[in-house]
Design a protein around this ligand. Structure first.
Ligand SMILES: *Cc1c(COP(=O)(O)O)cnc(C)c1O
Length: 504
């Protein structure tokens, strides 16, 4: 396919899209003005439309393909969420608009805070972090602020199970902690004896994912909470993916003190390619003074008849036009501060709000039920087809792991071979080589939004790959055959990526 610059010919353009405007350039200081026009491709409107449409069709996306990417939930993004988040009243709102002009927008964010608070069982929620990793940073910064406020400066370690997402030890390190690894046992649970040996007066907290990134639910979570709390540490819940427990089990009830959740995974806002996200944080009563700002507070009115507001500091009677307001440093002097301009990704938060409202209480349960049903169905069918499970005695949560350790030794079949061949069958590959604990692994997450036909067709593709590994290995080693590029050099792609085009 040609580059759009190669389609360019002098004088062509898409004038219908751009009626000339007589701009008054005198308002732009001369130092900021271009000396010569930018070197843009000169193409017709039709050329531009075809070019970008063709490019977009070379992508894998949830809108075009089944995308069973473990750990990074890729579920369907309902169009209604886009439609409502893009109402002109939201899009046209200036971020510095006064509160009295923003009551509708603030009400949406307040209700989102409340829904997330309730579904996680925490005392309050802040929406300001713009990614899961930033939510982790906020949560661990609150743990640090809590210990510091008590003059407890000796706590230098954060415990992280070896199954954890890489962002967990990275977060602990960024906040100046030593990340201390806790091993997992053969069933995929935290090794309790090793945990007991590791906790002490140096423990600031533990970062846990439950269900873990191994796809299994940590059964002794209450015991773990007891051990860490007894040593004076706090519990951090990596809630990037709540799909398996949404509306069923609450991290607050498991004993966690602080949690982040990826609205761009569980709450179905579009992501991928490093796109915008939201890593809302929830926290227990004792961490509330340190929460990141701003958050939305609600002033009490007579119609609120006694329901307890999440933020008692916002009990300021006021006129209806000032019912919702930003709470800032003035309200929360011990806050860890601001993490984003204004308050996070407005468009992402609005989509998540609409999604949560559309689900309602009943729908949240059903997300967890269908996410786990789909994962367990796929797990059982792949097992019957001959694939080895990393934890064959455990039920899947929202995801599960297939390992090709044996097939690698016997046939030289690797996780990469399966992943690349799946592309030829029209499926985005599952996550491969993560978690690091399991050799030649595929971490598969179907999500609740896929139907039985899609899951069955995926199993058929996996069976055909299984058979090819025994009859014609070259089909697998050379895959993908149907895409614009064959197998790339992964290391050079990452280390020497060169996407710049310069005129010849
Ligand atoms: C995706 C993910 C994260 C990080 O979220 P980002 O939004 O990519 O920063 C952290 N933990 C787990 C378990 C995840 O799946």
């Amino acid at each position: 396919m040609e580059l759009i610059f190669e389609l360019s010919s002098p004088g062509r353009g898409a004038h219908a899209q751009h009626p000339p405007v007589a701009a008054d350039l005198s308002v732009v200081p001369s130092a900021l003005r271009r000396a010569s026009p930018p070197k843009l491709p000169e193409v017709s409107e039709l050329q531009a439309v075809r070019h970008y449409t063709q490019l977009s069709r070379r992508n894998f996306s949830i809108d075009t393909h089944f995308y069973p990417l473990g750990s990074c939930t890729m579920k369907y993004n309902p169009r209604a969420c886009n439609r409502l988040a893009m109402l002109p009243e939201f899009l046209g709102r200036h971020p510095l608009a006064p509160e009295s002009h923003s009551q509708g927008y603030l009400a949406c964010l307040y209700e989102l805070q409340e829904m997330l608070r309730e579904v996680t069982g925490m005392a309050a929620v802040s929406l300001t972090p713009m990614a899961g990793a930033q939510g982790e940073f906020a949560g661990v910064a609150m743990i640090r602020a809590y210990h510091r406020a008590r003059g407890d400066e000796a706590r230098r370690e954060i415990l992280v199970p070896d199954a954890a997402h890489g962002t967990n030890p990275a977060t602990a390190t960024m906040l100046g902690y030593v990340a201390r690894e806790i091993p997992t046992n053969a069933q995929g649970d935290v090794d309790i004896e090793k945990l007991k040996a590791a906790v002490g007066p140096q423990t600031a907290g533990i970062m846990l994912t439950n269900p873990s990134t191994l796809g299994v639910f940590e059964r002794r979570i209450k015991e773990i909470a007891g051990i860490v709390h007894a040593a004076g540490g706090l519990l951090y819940y990596d809630g990037a993916n709540l799909n398996a427990i949404l509306g069923k089990v609450r991290p607050g009830d498991m004993g966690f003190d602080v949690i982040h959740m990826n609205l761009h995974k569980t709450f179905s806002t579009p992501h991928g390619g490093g796109g915008p996200g939201a890593g809302a944080v929830g926290f227990s009563e004792r961490l509330k003074p340190f929460m990141p700002i701003p958050i939305v507070g609600k002033a009490e009115t007579r119609s609120d008849n006694g329901s307890s507001p999440a933020f008692p500091e916002s009990r300021i009677p006021g006129p209806e036009s000032r019912r919702y307001r930003w709470l800032t440093e003035k309200d929360l002097p011990q806050t860890i501060g601001r993490l984003s301009a204004f308050m996070g990704n407005a468009g992402v938060l609005l989509r998540a709000y609409v999604y949560a409202r559309m689900l309602g209480r009943e729908g949240m349960h059903r997300v967890a039920e269908f996410a786990t049903l789909n994962a367990n169905y796929l797990q059982a069918r792949l097992k019957a087809a001959g694939y080895d499970l990393a934890f064959p005695t455990r039920r899947a949560s929202h995801e599960f792991i297939v390992t090709l350790k044996k097939q690698k030794q016997e046939l030289d079949l690797t996780a990469t071979d399966v992943a690349k061949r799946l592309l030829d069958h029209g499926y985005h590959a599952p996550t491969v080589y993560f978690p690091l604990l399991v050799p030649e692994c595929l971490l598969i997450e179907p999500t609740e939004t896929e139907d039985l036909q899609t899951l069955d067709a995926f199993v058929e593709a996996m069976i055909s790959i299984w058979n090819e590994a025994r009859t014609d290995m070259s089909k697998l080693k050379g895959a993908p055959w149907t895409l614009p590029v064959r197998r790339l050099d992964d290391v050079r792609c990452a280390r020497q990526l060169d996407l710049r085009w310069t005129p010849g």
